[in-house]
Write a protein that binds this ligand. Structure first.
Ligand code: UDP
Length: 494
């Protein structure tokens, strides 16, 4: 059959690599089952995705990249210029997701009238990000079933569902100051550090609340929900979520197949955009280190910390006398100032580190999966993005949970107290809201040298095995994916 005759599925992701990467992985998985995938995106991510699409096409996968036109200032419009408070970064991204709706609607209308020009058929369904709740209404308008793709975990999504429901949110607190989350499986008590900073004060007009309210209402109208998690990891919360959202299929972790194999071979550029030299530099450096001796430090693809916190972190890492691989980004308060992220390190830091071969600093994009897969990596100091949580689980690396904003706080609760594969980052000092270097030194040692670190490692190794079973033939995620494929194909006959 010609490619245009293959069943066609359309995808639209929200902005941000943490969403694009699982979307791309899902596209490949579906394309390898004989679907044609059209991946709709804005100009912001065209170059990043084009590389991946080209590589997939070379592998014989039918994935097409389509651009929905948006104004040049689509993302920067409404950008909040905040230097210190991390969660202020979220509203502009959320606002850009909202603003996408009319543009996407015009695009889809035009696309459906000109499918022949695209050499594509009408899409059987539209798989849209959970941050694009409006996609249900748009898809319905054109008679296309909408699939809600949850790129976050079900625990964090369940907590979100509950805590935003009634505002102002006067959650009950324990005598030790923990917030009690009602109506959810297990007795969930969140420490203030595990709570969304804005929530206790939030009223009905809070931006995040309004966002969730609107998008969740849309998501609940979806034909199906798929989530990037596996049932064995957080089944009771998947069940809870399903009661609210309708049929949920857990199909994760969505990672390249190489991630589940015990080989030392470099994981292909499938989820990476760094140059090969970056990748080689990291892996060659790791090759020279002792097994499980290195702490990998990264706050994800979008986040950074303040310059004062960079200083504390540098001093803490140096004093811990543990090896480190640190993905360093410009601090949040660097503003438009020119210069490199290295300028924010203590005097002589780079020279000392180099001299004693104590660590490696990566500027920009690191080959995270390859680093986590490397036997020298013994721990991951992470902001707890959901992809980071899944990747560390699959690679069997225990974490230090250092959430910065949004659901990262709930993910931290999840990895520390529920699945127990992480230790919490030390408390911030009240006077300056910084995690102090001596506390960082202690927690890094705890993870790499002490009994507690060994316990966490044993637990994450158990989960690693379970994750691999879930995605292999006959496992829960694999079965759910098969079911999902059959459900889409059945739409063709309707
Ligand atoms: N990532 C990477 N190199 C980097 C930063 C991020 O490969 O230097 C990848 C990482 O492996 C993960 C994704 O980008 O797959 C980030 O997603 P996550 O949910 O962890 O955090 P976010 O960046 O969305 O906050």
């Amino acid at each position: 059959t010609s490619s245009s005759m293959k069943p066609h599925v359309m995808m639209v992701s929200s902005l941000g690599h943490g969403h694009l990467l699982p979307f791309m992985q899902l596209s490949k998985k579906l394309a390898s089952r004989g679907f044609t995938i059209s991946f709709v995106t804005t100009f912001h991510h065209m170059p990043f995705l084009q590389n991946k699409v080209n590589a997939a096409q070379e592998d014989g996968l039918d994935i097409r990249l389509l651009e929905v036109k948006v104004p040049q200032d689509h993302l920067t419009l409404g950008k909040v210029n905040s230097n210190s408070v991390q969660w202020h970064h979220l509203p502009p991204i959320l606002a850009a997701n909202d603003r996408l709706q009319p543009h996407f609607e015009l695009f889809l209308d035009d696309f459906l009238q000109r499918t022949d020009d695209y050499n594509l058929t009408r899409p059987l369904c539209l798989i849209a990000d959970f941050l694009l709740g409006w996609a249900s209404a748009v898809a319905t308008k054109f008679g296309i079933p909408r699939v809600n793709f949850e790129c976050s975990g079900s625990f964090s999504e369940s907590v979100h569902e509950i805590v935003w429901k009634i505002l102002p949110r006067n959650l009950e607190r324990t005598t030790s100051g923990r917030y009690l989350v009602p109506d959810i499986p297990r007795e969930i008590r969140l420490k203030p550090s595990q709570m969304l900073p804005e929530l206790p004060e939030a009223t009905e007009t809070n931006g995040t609340h309004l966002f969730w309210k609107c998008h969740r209402a849309g998501n609940k109208q979806s034909w199906r929900t798929i989530t990037n998690t596996f049932y064995e990891l957080e089944g009771e919360f998947v069940d809870f979520f399903e009661k609210v959202y309708g049929p949920v299929r857990t199909i994760g972790p969505l990672l390249p197949p190489e991630a589940f194999q015990d080989s030392r071979k470099i994981i292909p550029a499938a989820v990476e955009m760094g140059s090969n030299t970056d990748e080689l530099r990291c892996l060659q450096w790791l090759d020279r280190q002792a097994p499980r001796s290195v702490i990998y430090v990264s706050f994800g693809s979008e986040n950074s910390v303040s310059s004062a916190q960079v200083m504390e972190l540098a001093m803490g890492l140096e004093r811990s006398r543990q090896k480190f691989l640190w993905v360093l980004r410009r601090p949040t308060d660097a503003g438009e100032a020119s210069g490199s992220a290295l300028d924010y390190l203590p005097n002589g830091f780079c020279d000392r580190v180099k001299e004693k071969d104590e660590g490696l600093i990566v500027l920009g994009w690191a080959p995270q999966l390859s680093i986590l897969a490397h036997p020298s990596t013994g721990g991951f100091l992470s902001h707890c993005g959901w992809n980071a949580v899944l990747e560390t689980t699959v690679m069997g690396v225990p974490m230090i949970a250092w959430p910065l904003y949004a659901e990262q706080h709930f993910n931290a609760k999840f990895v520390v107290d529920l699945v127990k594969i992480a230790v919490e980052a030390p408390q911030r000092a009240e006077e300056n809201w910084l995690v102090r270097s001596d506390d960082i030194e202690r927690v890094v040692r705890l993870l790499l040298e002490e009994e507690k670190g060994k316990e966490l490692k044993a637990r994450v190794d158990e989960l690693k095995k379970i994750a691999r079973v879930a995605v292999s033939e006959g496992g829960s995620s694999s079965n759910n994916f098969d079911l999902f494929v059959r459900e889409i194909l059945a739409l063709e006959e309707q």
